[in-house]
Structures are given as structure tokens and as C-alpha cells.
Write a protein that binds this ligand. Structure first.
Ligand code: ZN
Length: 198
């Protein structure tokens, strides 16, 4: 039954499409928004539309950016011969927060998962291999320590080994199954410094 007017119901529906937002939260957000100053709502809506329209993948590392090449890849102060492979742009952000990593990244946008039917062709692996044709000294595999992350790490290391490029894996210490973005910076740094060659 539609207790609310159809516009409010539609707003609640829209919010409940977002991840982690149930019906109750969606209602709370909808009513909050209706009470917000009009200008603020307009600004919010504009920001959402602009971000959706302008944000794309960096053509080198595949992170999300609003430029053709992201600021990290465009920086001459970064070590472009060291590539850290991560699953998501959020993982990249977690390592950037440490402020200590000077190399560049490669964002896979997922991990290999036979159970979910995600194969090597479904993540940005081909693009990684293409980058390795260039001048690269080391690939640091920083996928999660979940089953999928480990499977992906093994797969990548097997692919890279024949090229003679050094391949390393971040140290465990990152809790099993832990999403990198929730791990504190000290733990991340320790995992990076304690990486082992595969
Ligand atoms: Zn980039």
C-alpha cells in the first residue's frame, strides 16, 4: 500500500537501490532530503550527475578519475617502474592514505572467482600484461587475502614469471578475507614492507 504520495515513494525507492540501504534507511534519507534547503539538494543532485558523467577509468592504471590519465599516473615524482596490483579503486585509496608508497598502481576491478564465474578475462588482467611490455622492475600483488585474492595473486604471478619481471606479494598480516580499505595504515605499510618475492 502506498502510504506516501507517489513522489515520496519514488524517492524512497531510489534510495533503497543503493548498497546497504534498506527500506527504513531509505525512508529516513528521503524525509531528510525533503527537509533540506532546496539549494543544497540541487547542489547534491548536480554533483551526482556530474560525477557520473565525468568520472571514467584512467587509461593507464584503470582507477577512477575525471581525467584521461589519473594524477598518480601523470606524476613525474612517482616510480613508474613499480606497479602495485589492487582489486579496487578503494584499495588504491587505502595505500595512498599511508603516503609512503611511491610507485604506481593497477586496478583489476575484481578478483578471479570460479565460484562466482569470474574468470581472468573479467578483470583488467590483459591491460596489466600490456603495461608490462614497457619498462617495469617490479609488480607488487596486493590483492586481498581472501580465497579470490589469493587465487588471483597466484594466477598473476604465473603469468608474469616468464617475463623475468620481479613479482612480489604483500605480507600476510592483512587479516584473511579482510577488505584492504578497512585495514589501518600501519598494518598496510607493514604488509607492503614485508612483501615476499614469488
Ligand atoms: Zn592512473
Amino acid at each position: 500500500m502506498d502510504y506516501y504520495s507517489s513522489q515520496i515513494s519514488k524517492l524512497i525507492d531510489e534510495f533503497s537501490r543503493l548498497p546497504g540501504i534498506g527500506t527504513k534507511s531509505a525512508q529516513r534519507l528521503a524525509f531528510h532530503m525533503i527537509n533540506m534547503p532546496k539549494e543544497q539538494v540541487e547542489e547534491m543532485a548536480r554533483t551526482m550527475v556530474e560525477a557520473r558523467n565525468n568520472v571514467r577509468y584512467c587509461k593507464e592504471c584503470w582507477t577512477l578519475t575525471d581525467r584521461e590519465v589519473c594524477p598518480i599516473c601523470a606524476s613525474s615524482e612517482r616510480d613508474h617502474k613499480t606497479i602495485m596490483v589492487v582489486e579496487t579503486a578503494r584499495d588504491l585509496a587505502a595505500y595512498e592514505k599511508t603516503g609512503k608508497y611511491e610507485g604506481v598502481y593497477h586496478v583489476l576491478h575484481g578478483a578471479i572467482s570460479p565460484m562466482l564465474g569470474i574468470g581472468p578475462g573479467d578483470i583488467r588482467l590483459k591491460e596489466l600484461m600490456e603495461r608490462l611490455q614497457g619498462d617495469v622492475d617490479e609488480v607488487i600483488i596486493a590483492t586481498n587475502s581472501s580465497l579470490e585474492g589469493e587465487t588471483t595473486a597466484m594466477y598473476i604471478s604465473k603469468l608474469i614469471k616468464p617475463t623475468g619481471i620481479k613479482v612480489s606479494r604483500i605480507a600476510s598480516g592483512v587479516p584473511v578475507g579482510g577488505d584492504l580499505e578497512y585495514i589501518d595504515e600501519v598494518t598496510l605499510l607493514r604488509a607492503l614492507e614485508g612483501r615476499t618475492e614469488l
